[in-house]
Design a protein around this ligand. Structure first.
Ligand code: PLP
Length: 309
């Protein structure tokens, strides 16, 4: 087995305004930390290219939203920004990327409820090199299966304690769904609600595109994603891509979507901050659109996404 990529670890600590560097190869967390014992905490995963985090403000805002949903008093955005800067600078210094094209870092922000009775949460930033797996999936595309998530599409509003729109540390279910897919020979999953709506991937947002000729002969391109209030995590990548696509003349739409809408689309993607836009080749064994159009649309949207700060 290959050894894991080195991790640079920075704790948010009021005594260290730029964050406190710690040795990620040594024990750092109390075993009684509620992040470890209950998955009671939140996180964000972001991509830094050439040392700069993409969509940083959107990630910090979503971290704040997740903290609010969990009644967690996390450090302010300035403290996170400083610790992130320390982590990225240290990683680039200690482990320079072999080539400029590989200068991609995964930056993870974590805040847990801390040990039982703690006055403040445990919060840290971890930085590591982005692996090749994401890059590969962007190029080769994905085989995906639909899986039932077991909740209806109204449950988020009815039962906010399920924390469906928050990015919590309780990702064991999402990881189990991915393992289930891999046992079936698939790469990834699209969750459906119990009332048959398309939701999201375990670590990604679902997008679909339709390309049509309008009456005047011009081409209309439409980009659609499931509606955000259906118990899914609002994706920062989807949000940024929608803004860029709109500026480039695409029409935008928000569900509700059913499985057949994806099967009938000209292209479907799973999008997230590190893997970026990964085209879906097949869902439940059925081909989506045509390879040529899928490739053309993926290249166009990837180009638009590359322009996002
Ligand atoms: N939905 C879920 C459940 C996720 O875990 C993620 C990211 O990890 C996303 C959507 C995509 O979010 P983003 O584009 O902000 O990375």
């Amino acid at each position: 087995m290959s050894s894991p990529a080195p991790v640079v670890l920075v704790f948010l600590d009021p005594a260290f305004p730029d964050g406190r560097l710690a040795d990620a190869s040594r024990p750092q967390l109390m075993v009684t930390d509620q992040g470890a014992t209950r998955g009671d905490g939140i996180f964000e995963t972001m991509l830094a290219v050439g040392g700069s985090v993409r969509k940083l403000q959107a990630h910090l805002d979503r971290l704040g939203g997740s903290a609010e949903a969990l009644d967690l008093a996390i450090p302010g955005q300035d403290a996170w920004r400083r610790a992130i800067a320390t982590g990225i600078a240290t990683h680039r210094d200690q482990h320079p990327a072999p080539t400029a094209g590989e200068d991609e870092l995964v930056v993870k922000l974590v805040a847990t409820r801390g040990v039982e009775g703690a006055a403040s949460p445990t919060a840290w930033v971890q930085v590591s090199a982005a692996g090749a797996a994401g890059r590969r999936q962007r190029e080769t595309g994905l085989d995906v299966i639909f899986l039932d998530r077991g909740y209806d599409s109204d449950v988020a509003e009815r039962a906010p304690w399920l924390l469906l729109g928050a990015k919590t540390l309780s990702y064991a279910v999402n990881m189990a769904a991915l393992r289930h897919a891999r046992k079936q020979g698939a790469d990834d999953v699209i969750f459906l609600s119990s009332d048959g709506r398309v939701l999201e991937g375990p670590t990604s947002t679902v997008l679909l595109a339709h390309v049509e000729k309008s009456d005047d002969g011009s081409t209309v391109k439409r980009l659609i994603t499931p509606q955000l209030d259906s118990g899914i995590l609002p994706g920062t990548s989807q949000g940024a891509l929608f803004t860029a696509a709109k500026a480039a003349g695409w029409e935008l739409g928000y569900g509700p979507l059913e499985p057949q809408d994806l099967l009938d689309a000209d292209a479907v993607w799973l999008i997230s901050s590190v893997r970026l836009l990964a085209p879906v080749n097949r869902i439940d064994g059925k081909d989506i659109g045509t390879p040529a159009l899928r490739k053309e649309l993926t290249a166009e949207l990837t180009g638009l996404y590359a322009g996002i700060e």
